[in-house]
Design a protein around this ligand. Structure first.
Ligand SMILES: [Zn+2]
Length: 199
């Protein structure tokens, strides 16, 4: 059975159609221009660079915090958390799950770039809620090769945030494991709900 190209995630077709009519900000990649979407991004970057001045920042995040979040397109981490350029590391993947590669990034973030706090963010309506490990089996059946990675699908958002907190707190590579907090972001209200590490 082929892997579905996309899971049944909002926004609805109506919302998508409404958004397609938006003109967006001046540098928006949605602006009408020929070429692929990447061509539009490159064009938007040319405009961005025109107004850009070197902020002269250090690579070390000002707030000494790393935010691990799902890659979901509806989450604007900087806006949602009141963050500005240079404030934090943002590390994102499907689900915001703490995988080995997230630990790799957090280890570099803490040991080489001075972060001390970790914020973990899952969200309502996550695509990982509708997947199972069958995804791997179907993938293997289709392409003839078993992925080396786990899907890391989950059925319970709160439990998976706790699992992620636990993985950070028990990682021997991370020197700073005291300030680790986990949240669920509601994509309909924009509000974070904190998860108690003890169920
Ligand atoms: Zn998600």
């Amino acid at each position: 059975m082929p892997i579905p190209a996309s899971q049944p995630l909002p926004p609805s077709a109506d919302r998508a159609a409404a958004r397609a009519g938006e003109s967006g900000p001046p540098h928006s990649a949605k602006a009408e221009s020929p070429g692929t979407v990447t061509d539009r991004l490159v064009e938007a970057n040319r405009h961005y660079a025109t107004d850009f001045t070197d902020p002269g920042m250090d690579a070390r995040p000002v707030l000494k915090v790393a935010v691990v979040s799902c890659m979901d397109a509806r989450i604007d981490l900087h806006a949602a958390l009141g963050l500005e350029l240079g404030d934090c590391h943002t590390i994102r993947n499907a689900g915001g799950v703490v995988t080995d590669d997230i630990i790799r990034s957090l280890t570099i973030s803490q040991r080489a770039l001075g972060t001390r706090s970790v914020v973990l963010i899952h969200h309502t309506g996550c695509g990982l809620l509708s997947l199972t490990e069958d995804f791997r089996h179907e993938l293997e059946a289709e392409v003839g090769q078993r992925p080396t990675w786990a899907v890391e699908a989950f059925k319970d958002l709160d439990d998976d945030v706790r699992q992620s907190m636990q993985r950070v707190r028990t990682s021997p590579f991370l020197p700073h494991r005291d300030d680790v907090r986990g949240f669920v972001f509601d994509v309909t209200t924009g509000l974070l709900r904190e998860i108690d590490p003890r169920p």
